[in-house]
Design a binder for this molecule. Sequence first.
Ligand code: ADP
Ligand code: ZN
Ligand code: ZN
Length: 743
Amino acid sequence: MTYADVIIDISLEKLDKTFQYLIPRELEKTVGLGTQVVIPFGKGERRIKGYVVELSEEPKIDSSRIKPICGVAKDSLPIESQLIALAGWMKRNYGSTMNQALKTVLPIKKKESIKEKKTVHLILSPEQAKVEFTNLVARKRHSVAKERLLEALMENPEIPWEEITGRLHIPSTVIRDFEKDGWVKITAHRAYRNPIRLEEGECRDIILNEEQQQVVDTVLSDWKQGRQETYLLYGVTGSGKTQVYMELIAKCLEQGRSAIVLIPEIALTYQTVMRFYGRFGSKVSIINSRMTPGERFDQFERAKNGDIQIMVGPRSALFTPFSNLGIIIIDEEHETSYKSETVPKYHARETAIARAAMNHATVVLGSATPSVESFARAKSGEYRMLTLTKRVEEKPLPECEIVDLRQELRMGNRSILSNRLVELMEERLAKGEQTMLFINRRGLMGFVSCRACGHVIKCPHCDVSLSLHRGNKMQCHYCGYEMEQPKVCPDCGSKYIGGFKAGTQKFEEVVKQRFPRARVLRMDMDTTRGKHGHQEILEAFSNEEADILIGTQMIVKGHDFPKVTLVGVLAADMSLNSSDFHSGERTFQLLTQAAGRAGRGSVPGQVVIQTYQPQHYSIVAASKQAYEDFFDREIVYRRMMGYPPAAHMLVIQINGPVEERAQRQAERIAELLHKTDPDALCMGPSDATIARVNDVYKKIIYIKDKDYEHLVKLKDAVEAYILEENDWKDVSVWFDFDPISGF
Ligand code: ADP
Ligand code: ZN
Ligand code: ZN
């Protein structure tokens, strides 16, 4: 590479302002992405520092006008260098522009974000002050405000600015006048907003149990030998994973290094934050999506200045600018929220591993139901497996029953509530205990199934459900295969075949009709619109203002309701039949989590899983809370079909407002891929699951390959092709490596 694009100021508004410089021969080896360089700038060729954000062979202007870089900045490696290098890694591995990657990684800088706290100090001696005060009062047109301010300062020579203008009602011009007269001095210091408005919690001394201690010792002994690895902490719910994280963090802090703890937003509750705060006090800060950009920026600044050592937050907390990072923890590592939905579509797991490698830091992934990807890697030795098998408090697992909805139909019950579930709900109402009914929103994209036998219409090529489109057309979103919706079930001949669609609202009506005297709460996207809607409903349920809570995914995660002794899953198949190869995994995870909601208190819980596919391994394994049973079956399916983690997958999405154009350009990309590599396993183009959003048509091409690098090369080829031609203005192209949801 011969040329480097340099940014002078790391602030989001200025990211687009890059300046190109020549990399002199002797610096070719030392200048890379993120390197802080010294450059001649402006008319006077003033020497200033900047960061390299892009490397290229092509000059953007007449090459004779491009000045050479003077040298590499000598001081220690700033954190910005590292984050820019990480952005470069993300751009390469996930497909995006450098600008998009930088915007993801660098904190948003906003001037108004930093609140200045000013203090007014009296610098006159008490004697001088007395004299001036007498002079003020003696003046003909004397100013009451001036008198009052001087009087106040004589009593207390240091007063916060806000108190003077606020409580004392003295205009700020008076303070400025005093400053001009040399009576007072004004000092300012930055005040960062602290998001944790809590008293420091008391720290309950917890002694690790044997298993926990063993896990911690394994990691510590690796550290002693200078090994920094990626660990999968596979531990059943309640086995004390958080306690292990905190112990490892404490050890890191002892070494003067800091820690990042990623927790899915939905589980980032008051209790979770309090556990960290209780142990580490003001060394901890948090970020979350409800904060303003300014508030988040403040927390990043505190991290950079060394005011805090631990950052707790969702995916984006991964980019906390700690310069001495020692450990990254990803709790509930299987959660889909760890993958970005916008370009660059990075996964926090792999990005954390990349960042850790730059810092010689450790990554700990924790889960009771690990992603199939991580568990496979841990089994193969790519990650180190650490296990916790015992629950700290030996609470029994809830009792779980599977109800066959086909059987219900045969017995003449066409309601979505099975007789068994109704019976158990009646029991709870009589005893004054609570019930949670869970309906899966995922997979509501109409698949077609038979209510008599449970048969689902699938693609003969891809083994994912076909989805229903208008005009009774069914299509596979992986390969484009199409067929008419059948009138009778191809398996059993029943006419009860059709698109399966139902919402929470409908269920609420059914439940209210069946239990007219029960108090019912519903929680879904509609009822939680407001900023606190979510919290209000959960609180009401927690305060036992309702007997039954109906909801989507939102109700199964992170909340403890001791009075809930029954959990009903209304149609477990919903997620099983979404047109996504992860559907088995998502179903297993959701069912295990839903089941985990029952019996948190002293009364043991019961779970009813209603389904049309009672033999499906995801459902059977979830009912027994048997993760490894599930994994063993699922990995066979992934291997057979060549889906991740058996291979890697690159999805290319082509978006445009005119369908024919999007289709045409998608076909051109497919041709290019075939030309670049005739052996590539390339499918499509076909319509995306949601084929049109906001009048933008979405076409999909996907490629499977065992070698990730090979997919990166194909992505690079597509990027280069698009840059070369200039008829791509009305079409955008997105890349998604190893997707984790339907596309
Ligand atoms: P997980 O994160 O695996 O679900 P937690 O770390 O939340 O588990 O632990 C579950 C409960 O057990 C928490 O209330 C925690 O305070 C408690 N706990 C964890 N480890 C111990 C221990 N060694 N001794 C006593 N209580 C513990
Ligand atoms: Zn197909
Ligand atoms: Zn059938």
